[in-house]
Design a protein around this ligand. Structure first.
Ligand code: NAP
Length: 426
C-alpha cells in the first residue's frame, strides 16, 4: 500500500479555499488518479479566525513551518514575488518537498533560481495556475507542442483588462468609469495597477515565453504598456475598421532572440482572440509546422484556478517529474531581448488637435519625414471650438518610425493630448 501524499497549503484565500473544497469534495477520485491518498495535513494563512466556508484542519500560524514539517507537497497560495511566499517556496524545495504554486510574480522574477534549486534537490516545482488560470497552457507548452518548436505565443492573459475593454465596447463608457464598476463588483482589485498597467500580463507572458522557447524567464525583457489611455473613441474607431482592442501579451522568435511585449492591440473582429470576452483568457500558439492552436477559458477565480493547482498536486503526488520549464534548468538559454521597436505592422494613430488651419498638414509632414505612409484617415469634429479627433491607419511600418513621428507631433502646442498608437493585425 502506497503511503498517503501529505499536503500542506499556505494561503486560504480565493485559490486556497478552492483547492481545499475540491480536495474535500473529490478526494477519492483524485486520490485514485494520483495512485495514493491525498491528505491535507497542515494549512496556514494570516487570520485563524476568518470565516472561510471550509473545514480547516492542521492550522498553523507560521506558514514557513509548512516547509519544515512532514508534508510531501507544499502548496504556496499566498502570492507576491518576495517575502513569505519566496521564503516558503525556497525553504520547501531546499527541504526536499515538491512545491505547487499559482504565483506568477514569484516565478517570473525568480523562476530560474527556483528551478535550479528544485532540480538540485530532485523535487518538482509546478505552476499550471500561474498563467491563464484554468487553461492548461503550461502543460501544453512544457510537454505537448514540442515537436516542431514554437514561433509565437499570443494571449489575452488578464481577465480584469479584458472585462474592462469588453464593457467599454458594450456600453461606450470611459475607462475610469468601467474600472470603478469592476472594483465594486469585485472584478478588479482596489489597487488595479498590476492589472491595468500590464504587469500581471507581463508576469504570465514571461512564463509562457520561457516554456515555449526553452529560455529562462526574462521579466526585465518584456516591454509593457497597459490600457489606461484607451478611450471609447479608440474602441469605436476600431469597430468602424472591423477591429476590436485587446490587451495582448506577445512573445515571438526573432532570429535567435525573443521579442516579448504587452500592449493593447487591434485584432480583427472575426479572429479567435477578438471573441474572448469579459473576464475570460485566450492563448494562441503558433507551433511551426504543427500549425496554430487556440485555447480559451476562465483565467481566474476560485474553481478554475483550483482546477489547475489540483492537476499539479495530483501529478506531483503520482511522481511526475518533468523539468520546471520543460528542460533542465541549467540548459535554459538566457537570450538577449530582440529590438521590439523594429516590429512592423499597420498602426492606428489618434490625435486630439485644436481645430485650427495647418494642423493636418503639420501631422502629415511629420509622419512623412519619419517615413510613415498613411493608408486611410478619418477626421471627426465634435462641436465648434472643441478639439478634433484625427485618426489615421498607416501602411506597414516599424514601431520606431511611428514613435519618432509621434514624439515630434506630440510636442506641438496644437496637439491636446499624447497621441495614441496601437498596432493592428495585418
Ligand atoms: N485569484 C485568482 O483567480 C488567481 C488566479 C491565478 C493565480 N492566482 C495566484 O494565486 C495566489 C493566491 O491568490 P488569491 O487570489 O487566492 O489571493 P488571496 O485571496 O488574497 O489570498 C491570499 C491568502 O494568503 C494569506 N496570506 C497573505 N499574507 C500572508 C502572510 N504574510 N502569512 C500567511 N498568510 C498570508 C491570506 O490570509 P488571510 O485569508 O488570513 O488574509 C489569504 O488566505 C497569488 O499568487 C495569485 O497571483 C490567483
Amino acid at each position: 500500500m502506497t503511503a498517503p501524499c501529505k499536503i500542506a497549503i499556505a494561503g486560504l484565500g480565493t485559490v486556497g479555499t478552492g483547492v481545499v473544497k475540491a480536495l474535500t469534495a473529490r478526494g477519492e477520485d483524485l486520490s485514485r488518479r494520483a495512485g495514493r491518498e491525498l491528505k491535507i495535513v497542515a494549512v496556514s494563512a494570516r487570520d485563524k479566525n476568518k470565516t472561510r466556508g471550509i473545514a480547516v484542519t492542521g492550522w498553523t500560524d507560521d506558514p514557513l513551518s509548512l516547509a519544515m514539517g512532514d508534508a510531501d507537497v507544499v502548496v504556496e497560495l499566498i502570492g507576491g514575488d518576495e517575502g513569505i511566499a519566496r521564503r516558503l517556496v525556497e525553504t520547501a524545495l531546499r527541504n526536499g518537498k515538491h512545491v505547487v504554486t499559482a504565483n506568477k510574480a514569484l516565478l517570473a522574477k525568480h523562476g530560474l533560481a527556483l528551478a535550479k534549486l528544485a532540480e538540485e534537490k530532485g523535487v518538482t516545482l509546478k505552476f499550471e495556475a500561474a498563467a491563464a488560470g484554468g487553461i492548461p497552457i503550461v502543460k501544453v507548452l512544457r510537454e505537448d507542442l514540442i515537436a516542431h518548436g514554437v514561433d509565437a505565443v499570443k494571449g489575452i492573459l488578464n481577465g480584469t483588462c479584458n472585462y474592462i475593454l469588453t464593457e467599454m465596447e458594450a456600453s461606450g463608457r470611459a475607462f475610469a468609469d468601467v474600472l470603478k464598476e469592476a472594483q465594486e463588483k469585485g472584478y478588479a482589485e482596489a489597487d488595479p495597477t498590476l492589472d491595468v498597467d500590464g504587469g500581471d500580463t507581463a508576469h504570465k507572458l514571461a512564463l509562457l515565453s520561457a516554456l515555449a522557447f526553452g529560455t529562462a524567464p526574462d521579466l526585465a525583457g518584456v516591454a509593457v504598456e497597459g490600457i489606461r489611455h484607451i478611450t471609447p473613441d479608440d474602441i469605436a474607431f476600431a469597430s468602424e475598421f472591423g477591429f476590436r482592442i485587446k490587451l495582448l501579451g506577445v512573445a515571438r522568435k526573432v532570429g535567435d532572440r525573443i521579442d516579448q511585449k504587452v500592449h493593447p492591440a487591434m485584432v480583427r473582429v472575426r479572429s479567435a482572440l477578438a471573441n474572448v470576452s469579459g473576464a475570460a483568457n485566450g492563448v494562441l500558439v503558433d507551433a511551426g509546422e504543427a500549425g496554430s492552436f487556440f485555447f480559451s477559458g476562465r483565467g481566474a477565480g476560485e474553481a478554475p484556478t483550483a482546477s489547475a493547482v489540483i492537476a499539479d498536486i495530483v501529478e506531483a503526488a503520482s511522481g511526475g517529474s518533468s523539468p520546471v520549464f520543460g528542460q533542465p534548468a541549467t540548459g535554459l538559454k538566457v537570450l538577449e531581448p530582440a529590438d521590439g521597436k523594429q516590429a512592423v505592422s499597420p498602426w492606428y494613430l489618434r490625435f486630439e488637435v485644436l481645430d485650427v488651419p495647418g494642423v493636418l498638414a503639420f501631422i502629415a509632414g511629420q509622419l512623412a519625414e519619419a517615413g510613415v505612409s498613411i493608408e486611410s484617415m478619418i477626421q471627426r469634429v465634435r462641436a465648434p471650438g472643441a478639439p478634433v479627433s484625427i485618426v489615421m491607419i498607416t501602411h506597414e511600418t516599424a514601431q520606431s518610425a511611428v514613435e519618432r513621428a509621434l514624439k515630434a507631433i506630440g510636442a506641438s502646442d496644437k496637439v491636446r493630448a499624447r497621441p495614441c498608437m496601437i498596432p493592428m493585425e495585418s
